[in-house]
Design a protein around this ligand. Structure first.
Ligand SMILES: *[C@@H]1O[C@H](CO)[C@@H](O)[C@H](O)[C@H]1NC(C)=O
Length: 315
């Protein structure tokens, strides 16, 4: 009787020890999994958070009239609320699509932060004036009245043309620099959906390519060409951006004018470096001169390394 009790308790003890060992090794394994990411992968994965925050807020405000602070407060990590974002006047179908984009962006923020520490939402200038400035620069003169991204479907889609595409060129550019399979898997997943969003926006605009944007008298196609040319100019990386209608030599196989998707001579997506992206989203053409959508600059090690340069020069 005494013997069997002690045998039973030994077995129980052994089982307990085994369980404990399993738990500890599982914990070590999980921890290692996160720690195994090379530092350069962490930086390259954190950089796009800047754009994902912008898209999340712009789409969420546009469709729902509220942003991360109301709908997913944890994701903002205490960063300041965006300036001037508001609900757009959208038709039911466009609103439905933008609502989906907004929630997709929330997912992207979660996915990135599950993999790397991340940083709080940077200050974003999503005011109508911020978009109006881009359009004025694209046309090389002030549009009158100032362009309002929140006014209607076409304006909102044109404003949306400005953003996800820049993110997607960034993912294409980041991919060959990544070392870990975890980071590559994440970037492929983000790239797939970002380019899907860009394709939807472009297709909706393409349907209206010859429609004049009121009251300016320029067509939708012309707006996209101007915005793309501005991005090429600001990015200083050559031709990496194309509007909806191009010279046939610039289209797929060098023989078609319709350009519902942008791509190089092999119809492969263009790539951009973080520096090129910062020059564009700051609107300044300089990776160390914040402005545009990011009045105080973007966050993360890569963007901050350029801001630090400026401080050093000033000091
Ligand atoms: C937001 O952008 C507009 C247009 O460039 C500018 O006039 C305004 O001062 C900006 N707001 C902030 C807080 O930077």
């Amino acid at each position: 009787m005494a013997l069997s009790t002690s045998a039973a308790s030994t077995t129980a003890l052994k089982t307990l020890l085994l369980l404990l060992l399993l738990c500890v090794s599982a914990a070590i394994y999980i921890e290692n999994d996160a720690e195994e990411l090379p530092k350069s992968d962490v930086d390259l994965l954190e950089f796009p958070l800047n754009l994902e925050y912008l898209e999340a807020e712009f789409f969420s405000w546009g469709a729902f009239g509220r942003g991360l602070d109301r709908l997913a407060p944890n994701l903002a990590m205490g960063g300041p609320p965006p300036i001037g974002a508001k609900k757009a006047r959208l038709s039911p179908i466009v609103k439905d699509i933008i609502a989906q984009f907004a929630l997709q962006e929330f997912g992207h923020l979660r996915a990135i932060k599950k993999t790397v520490p991340g940083f709080p939402r940077p200050l974003l200038n999503l005011s109508a004036a911020s978009f109006a400035t881009i359009m004025n620069n694209a046309f090389g003169k002030p549009l009158m009245p100032p362009f309002d991204p929140y006014a209607n479907d076409i304006n909102y889609l044109l404003a949306s043309y400005v953003v996800p595409y820049v993110g997607l060129t960034g993912y294409v550019g980041a991919n060959p620099k990544l070392q870990s399979s975890t980071a590559k898997r994440l970037v492929a997943g983000l790239l797939g959906v970002e380019s899907g969003q860009d394709a939807v926006i472009r297709a909706l605009l393409y349907e209206r390519a010859m429609v004049k944007v009121l009251p300016y008298g320029y067509t939708v196609a012309e707006f996209t060409n101007r915005i793309s040319m501005l991005r090429n100019k600001l990015g200083k990386g050559g031709l990496k951006d194309e509007g909806l209608i191009v010279k046939p030599a610039q289209g797929a196989e060098g023989r078609i004018a319709g350009n519902v998707l942008a791509g190089d001579k092999f119809s492969l997506a263009f790539d951009r470096t973080p520096e090129e992206i910062l020059r564009i989203v700051y609107g300044s053409g300089k990776e160390n001169k914040p402005g545009g959508f990011y009045p105080k600059g973007a966050d993360g090690k890569i963007a901050k390394s350029y801001l630090a340069d400026v401080v050093k020069y000033r000091g």
